[in-house]
Design a binder for this molecule. Structure first.
Ligand code: GAR
Length: 192
């Protein structure tokens, strides 16, 4: 993709469902001089997402959609994204699947962060599964989004060691810290 500088930064929407630490971190990244993105919108599937409070604090536009009727919801989101001139989407702890039709409208412009070394451990409970399987390594992956769960082309991964002391909770904490480095690095990689 082309190098983005100055005014032509990519207008980005971040989709969240929970704590929003990656969202917060992406906001920080969007403020540095060399960043290719500006974050203009946050979308959540639930009012309960803690990350929304942060959006309020920093006055970023937020919208909540309940996804009960997926087709209708996606239609509304697409209208919103178009209206806001969004041309890049970062999923950050967003726990809903997006349809092939939705993804087609943003082909190659939706990325996700996942807390495992994909293709290992798609889906949920990645840390618990790595511990139960007595894996020696775990990590996180930034990848393009396709209609298949956690299956798009990998952009970047970070691998870390699982120690004898680790449990699912400690591993999640260690990996989340790595996610905060990996997501910005992966975005830089795409646009440089
Ligand atoms: C992160 O660990 C992210 O990788 C994971 O949810 C957490 C969200 O944390 N995402 C998935 O599992 C998506 N399949 P955050 O809300 O603090 O960014």
């Amino acid at each position: 993709m082309e190098k983005l500088t100055g005014l032509n930064k990519l207008k980005t929407a971040v989709f969240i469902s929970g704590t929003g630490s990656n969202f917060k971190n992406l906001i920080k990244f969007s403020k540095i001089k060399t960043t290719p993105i500006s974050i203009n919108l946050v979308i959540s599937n639930t009012h309960k997402a803690k990350g929304l409070k942060y959006a309020d604090q920093i006055k970023i536009k937020k919208r909540i959609f309940n996804f009960k009727d997926i087709e209708d919801t996606e239609k509304k989101i697409l209208i919103l994204l178009k209206r806001e001139k969004i041309n890049f989407v970062c999923l950050a702890g967003f726990m809903k699947m997006l349809s092939r039709n939705f993804i087609k409208q943003f082909d190659g412009k939706i990325i996700n962060i996942h807390p495992s070394l994909l293709p290992k451990y798609k889906g949920l409970n990645t840390h618990r599964r790595a511990i139960l399987n007595k894996d020696k390594f775990a990590g996180c992956t930034v990848h393009y989004v396709t209609e298949k769960l956690d299956s798009g082309k990998i952009i970047m991964q970070k691998k870390i060691k699982i120690t004898a002391k680790d449990n699912a909770r400690s591993l999640a904490k260690k990996i989340l810290a790595q996610e905060h480095k990996l997501y910005p690095a992966a975005i830089m990689k795409i646009f440089n």
